[in-house]
Design a protein around this ligand. Structure first.
Ligand SMILES: [Zn+2]
Length: 396
């Protein structure tokens, strides 16, 4: 059995507030990767942490319990709404997504208070296409104060590298600096949360815990957050066609976001999936004329510390450049991409895109967009693949 107990919130030193719970593996062959799970926040925002519910710890503990096929015992209360969703629906989604998970029993003492006190509408900022498109729509273009973003968030829960490694902290800090620059230009608050949830992930379902940890960070701040937009990675149509985990090796977000996120909610805090109404290429079109995106868009897989330019060669850079090329918006992004280098070598990537259009959603969308814009792409007769390399038939 896996047990959660000892929920507490306390101040560390001058500047940090920690929300913490104990986790124990009882009568199991393995011990827990750590004795406690925690979230940390700047003291100024410490009051946002909820200390009357185990909601923020449940998804990580559930992941561990389902992985080890053992029950989860929570010595305290959780949200009734969240409890029902976990019991009836969320476990089934995780089991269908990956065979490493099995359904388990979740035992709680009772249920948490339901009165909502938060007034923040937030979203995460990563400077990628998904997050910038959400910020553009739900902050720049949104007028309704109930739904307009009024705070940005960054979480250190696995997307910046493995737990406890100095390189992870370096990447996290450089990303905070970049996000802070955008937050300042937009006049928005940037709230940063550190955790050790990624200390509990298992290699086989590493990414799955990352996504669950992001949702958990939101649930840790139920005293402050009323609504939170999660930027979806994939369109509804794309999920339908490419969300099959076995066939396309889709991650939890691509495969399940559209129906999982609406279940991650309590009486006090609601998560909203934003972005599935668009294809990735439509999101790029959405932000292509926005000065903030032209200055700060960062899709690159290669991190260069404070330098926020994009390498132009990695898969994420190349697919973004191709979309901008098709849209005729390349020059808008000349400050952060080497546009001339792209122009001189884009034929290879276009051929590669054509060759893979049936296998991967983002290749497929670029081919679709090219057809919509009458943008010239290589024909299939120009290229073929051999040992995963694209071979191009040169003209005689
Ligand atoms: Zn790159």
């Amino acid at each position: 059995m896996i047990e959660l107990s000892g929920l507490r919130r306390y101040t560390i030193g001058e500047a940090t507030v920690r929300l913490e719970a104990d986790i124990k593996f009882t009568d199991m062959n393995e011990t827990a990767p750590a004795e406690t799970m925690y979230f940390e926040i700047d003291k100024e925002f410490g009051g946002m942490f909820v200390c009357d519910t185990y909601d923020p710890f449940v998804l990580t503990a559930l992941y561990l319990a389902m992985y080890h096929k053992t029950d989860l015992r929570i010595h305290g209360n959780i949200s009734k709404k969240f409890y029902k969703n976990i019991k009836w629906y969320i476990q089934k989604i995780l089991c269908d997504f990956s065979e490493v998970f099995s359904p388990v029993d979740v035992i709680v003492d009772g249920f948490a208070p339901t009165e909502a006190t938060g007034f923040l509408t937030g979203t995460g900022i990563s400077c990628g296409v998904d997050s910038l498109s959400t910020i553009y729509d739900r902050f720049v273009k949104e007028d309704d104060p109930d739904y307009k973003i009024n705070a940005l968030f960054m979480f250190n829960c696995g997307s910046h590298g493995d737990f406890g490694k100095p390189a992870t902290q370096e990447v996290f800090i450089s990303r905070i600096m970049r996000s802070n620059a955008i937050a300042e230009e937009l006049g928005l608050l940037l709230i940063v949360v550190d955790t050790n949830l990624h200390q509990f992930r298992y290699e086989k379902e590493k990414d799955t815990l990352l996504f669950l940890s992001i949702y958990s960070c939101v649930l840790s701040m139920q005293n402050g957050i009323r609504r939170y937009y999660i930027s979806g990675a994939c369109s509804y149509k794309g999920i339908k066609e490419f969300g099959d985990n076995d066939k396309h090796h889709a991650d939890l977000a691509v495969a399940c976001d559209s129906y999982l996120i609406p279940l991650i909610k309590t009486e006090r805090t609601e998560l909203i999936i934003d972005g599935c109404q668009y294809r990735r290429v439509d999101k790029i079109k959405n932000i292509a004329d926005w000065d903030i995106a032209q200055k700060y868009l960062n899709v690159c897989l290669i991190q260069k510390g404070a330098d926020s330019t994009n390498c132009g060669d990695c898969p994420k850079c190349a697919r973004t450049l191709l979309t901008l090329d098709i849209l005729g918006k390349l020059d808008n992004f000349a400050k952060i991409f080497d546009v001339e280098k792209w122009r001189s070598k884009s034929f290879y990537y276009k051929s590669f895109t054509i060759s893979n259009a049936d296998k991967e959603i983002f290749f497929h969308e670029n081919v679709e967009l090219a057809a919509e814009y009458n943008f010239p792409m290589p024909t299939r007769r120009d290229c073929y693949t051999l040992d995963k390399q694209v071979m191009i038939i040169e003209d005689e």
